[in-house]
Design a protein around this ligand. Structure first.
Ligand code: ZN
Length: 207
């Protein structure tokens, strides 16, 4: 008997990595290809991220594509019923409700492409990305280049003493760093980062 393949099969793709790794560029590249194939594409980003544009997804290299700004991930569901492909940028700024929304969209037969930071500035997994990675069919983890040493970078270093998890900024506040050069902030004594930096540099210079 010939196996029956479902033609409108949906799935979830996650593009993750640190800042400056090209996540938005990769998302835009995939969405552009879908648009060229005349697939219906809906693109969303969280309201918090207004760094560059109110109604476009913009990568650091100024690639841009029109997008809808939403506050609650459930708005994504209502606004993508007619779409074949659903793109979601800066997914780490959505709450856990995004996981269920992505699952529903994929179950409806849609291709869901999610881009987001997998770790925060402390190097801690950034929800809801970890759960999305677990339920996704395809995962692409990309690296930036460490501004200190030139090795592949997977960590986002914050250059300000602010301790809140979400501080929106670009290369004025953040740097991509490799595992060796990354200095996670201390939870309590974030006031003496310089001495720690120097200690770490000294201990790294042997290797
Ligand atoms: Zn480095």
């Amino acid at each position: 008997m010939v196996p029956m393949y479902q033609r409108n099969l949906g799935w979830i793709e996650v593009i993750c990595g640190c800042m400056f790794s090209g996540k938005s560029e990769e998302l835009i590249r995939r969405l552009r290809r879908a648009l060229i194939a005349r697939q219906k594409v809906a693109i969303f980003k969280p309201k918090i991220d207004t760094r560059y544009s109110e109604d476009h997804i913009v990568s650091h290299s100024e690639l841009r594509i029109p997008s809808m700004v939403v506050e609650d991930p459930r708005e994504i569901l209502h606004n993508s019923l007619e779409s074949h492909v659903v793109g979601i940028d800066e997914a780490q700024f959505f709450d856990e409700g995004l996981v269920e929304v992505c699952r529903k969209l994929a179950n409806m037969g849609k291709r869901v492409i999610v881009a987001g930071l997998d770790m925060d500035f402390r190097g801690v997994p950034f929800e809801p990305i970890p759960e999305l990675l677990a339920i996704a069919e395809y995962i692409t983890k990309i690296q930036a280049i460490c501004v200190r040493c030139g090795n592949p970078a997977s960590f986002t270093h914050r250059n300000t003493p602010e301790v809140g998890r979400v501080v929106v900024g670009a290369d004025d506040i953040y740097e991509a760093r490799c595992r060796n050069c990354f200095e996670p902030p201390e939870p309590e004594s974030a006031d003496s980062p310089k001495s720690k930096k120097e200690q770490k540099q000294n201990s790294n210079s042997d290797s």
